[in-house]
Write a protein of this length. Structure first.
Length: 641
């Protein structure tokens, strides 16, 4: 009952996330399905005192102790569910699993400073005390004594009846309000409404955490959408666009030959990954917010190319970094914790081809190099240097790192002593806790807050304005660096994109494109508006092959799972969603949406099913090959180790 009460309160307090077309019947259906599903959770909690009930004199204390522990845990989870859903629009999911390998102290600090865990803990304690008071009263109710029976047959009959009754009740609880698995309810079939928010509410917090654990275990075993180890050769042939290849080594399938140098050789190359540099603030409908004026000013220049049809490698910073560094798409395996990563370079890693072309390869990070082992991983994958904020003596703004301007100032000063270098740069300021002094930076917080209030379905506009102020700051600092570095080294080339887009949505009902896409900006000497196809489709692992195709001589050999944006196969994707030239869609569902910059009158000429089918074939092939490389190596019949 406690779980059902918390479910109802959550729906009521977060009602702005309910779709406009959702009626009361769907809310009732979600509550009923949630009640059934929570039988599993309640049954698991009840099992402990049920098993120990026969211990004389301790049964009441055991029941009270278990009840207190359960009340505290579920009250804490209930209070943390609010900021979690606002950040990720999901009940506890894979972000929890990701956090286990993250900097736990930084997560705690962020939870305290940004998400109010302290006052939420106090409220959870108050709720727990109320639960204890109710539970104490319930435990005072006397149990019903069994009837006194004479005769062994009657006793045996009653005993058998109790055993059967308990078994059937346990079965009913185990299958979520049904006596069979086929008619039961579990986290996989709990999405019984047409409203995404309500479907998440069907899961209580324990079931949501169980879902995250189950998904993580499946992914570790290679059970991720599209991965099929039995089709490794077919997948490799799809990537190679050559069904005649029959080698049992992935290298020939991944080898690509550059078409020929398209621009003069740059002195320096910069690949800038902006923390949560989502694309939606750059859309016309949000122009009044004035959040991305810096990057838009770069895009307006003649020596700049911009594609809107671009996706990050995943929903996490480390996934973006590993994707760029290794050239491998996200298959929900922590590449930075795999032994193979530290044994040899992946054939698709970015360092080797750039070194062959005469460049050093460095990583500049606004945080601590030891975070998530990204410093160690980058060096193991061939980078010459990795610089974190301690290396350039920059003070930390938060537990996650220094201000972005300190990072870029240090890099700008360092360029004078560098040979031609490819730099991967990861910013940190646009990340909770949002502690930047926005007024001192020149951000007009009140004006943005008022502008947000005019937009539909904006949850907590005051808080969103603070978050967007950090986005604005990042945009300004990146733009200033690009201009300063260009003035100093005019023959440089820059790629600007975001590590991911999730965590900062424009409304309670963002489109897939708004929630997932990041910009792709190519700027610098020799770049023109039409150097690439209009709105070329790609993702993070398209960046390196695109740069190689820009600067490498004809027939220069390199290895890549993804084609360059010069020869895009028309699909960009991450762990959850994909984009084509026409649509954005969810990978694990049939939801497909027309892109905002595709004219609405083109809808009739877009075959959504064909777009999705093409995307899923490409995603499956790339994921299968990446999974094989990470877990088994290059050879089909075994390992290359």
């Amino acid at each position: 009952m406690l779980l059902e009460i918390y479910r109802g309160l959550f729906i009521a307090l977060m009602s702005s996330y309910i779709g406009a077309e959702t009626d009361a019947s769907q809310i009732a259906a979600a509550m009923w399905a949630g009640l059934r599903l929570s039988l599993k959770t309640a049954g698991a909690v009840t099992l402990i005192p049920f098993v120990l009930v026969s211990i004389g004199g301790l049964s009441s204390r055991i029941r009270l102790g278990v009840g207190i522990a359960a009340s505290l845990i579920f009250s804490l989870l209930f209070m943390m569910r609010f900021p979690y859903y606002r950040a990720f629009q999901s009940t506890f999911g894979m972000e929890v699993v990701e956090g286990v390998n993250d900097d736990l102290w930084s997560i705690v600090v962020t939870a305290v400073q940004e998400y109010g865990i302290a006052w939420r803990f106090v409220v959870a304690l108050i709720l727990t005390l109320l639960c204890i008071a109710v539970l104490s009263r319930l435990l005072l109710i006397k149990t019903f004594p069994l009837p006194e029976l004479d005769g062994k047959i009657k006793v045996a009959g009653l005993s058998a009846g109790l055993v059967v009754g308990i078994f059937l009740f346990g079965l009913f609880v185990r299958f979520g309000g049904s006596f069979t698995y086929g008619n039961g309810l579990n986290w996989e079939n709990a999405g019984i409404t047409t409203d995404g928010f309500l479907n998440e509410c069907v899961l209580d917090d324990a079931q949501a955490l169980y879902r995250a654990r189950a998904m993580a275990k499946r992914m570790e075993a290679g059970e991720i959408f599209g991965v099929d180890a039995t089709k490794i050769q077919e997948s490799a042939q799809i990537i190679a666009v050559n069904h005649e290849l029959t080698e049992k080594n992935l290298a020939p399938y991944l080898e690509r030959k550059a078409k020929g140098q398209r621009i003069a050789t740059p002195k320096h190359i910069f690949i800038i990954l902006g923390e949560t540099f989502m694309q939606w603030p750059m859309l016309g409908k949000y122009d009044e917010l004035l959040l991305a004026e810096g990057i838009k000013s770069l895009i307006a220049e003649d020596n700049c190319y911009y594609s809107r049809n671009f996706m990050p490698n995943g929903n996490f910073t480390s996934t973006a970094i590993t994707g760029v560094v290794t050239g491998l798409p996200d298959v929900n395996i922590k590449i930075n914790y795999q032994a193979r990563t530290y044994d040899k370079l992946y054939i698709t890693s970015m360092a080797a081809p750039f070194k062959t072309l005469g460049y050093a390869v460095d990583f500049w990070y606004g945080g601590i190099p030891s975070w998530d082992s990204i410093g160690k991983m980058s060096l193991a994958q061939g980078f010459d240097n990795f610089y974190g904020c301690p290396d350039y003596n920059a003070p930390q703004l938060t537990t996650w790192g220094t201000k972005d301007e300190n990072l870029f100032n240090a890099l700008l000063a360092h360029l004078d002593s560098e040979p031609p270098t490819v730099h991967v740069i990861m910013t940190t300021t646009n990340h909770p806790p949002y502690s930047l002094d926005l007024a001192a930076e020149g951000f007009h917080l009140d004006a943005v807050t008022e502008a947000l209030k005019k937009l539909p379905n904006v949850d907590e506009p005051e808080q969103l304005a603070v978050e967007l102020g950090h986005y604005w700051y990042m945009d300004e600092v990146i733009t200033n660096f690009v201009r300063a570095a260009t003035e100093k080294y005019p023959e440089s080339v820059f790629v600007i994109t975001g590590d991911h887009a999730v965590r900062c949505d424009p409304s309670t009902h963002p489109t897939i494109f708004e929630k997932q896409s990041v910009p792709f900006v190519l700027y610098g000497a020799g770049i023109t508006k039409d150097i690439l196809p209009p709105d070329a489709v790609g993702d993070h692992i398209s960046i390196v092959p695109t740069l190689i195709e820009l600067i490498a001589p004809k027939d220069f050999a390199y290895y890549s799972i993804a084609p360059s944006l010069f020869d895009s196969d028309g699909v960009g994707f991450n762990s959850e969603a994909f984009v084509t030239s026409k649509v954005a869609g969810q990978i694990d569902s049939d939801v497909v949406e027309l892109l905002p910059h595709v004219a609405s009158n083109e809808l009739n000429s877009v075959n959504l099913a064909d777009e999705r089918a093409h995307a899923l074939q490409t995603i499956g092939a790339m994921r299968t090959v990446a999974w094989w490389m990470i877990t088994r190596g290059l050879f089909f019949g075994g390992s290359d180790n």
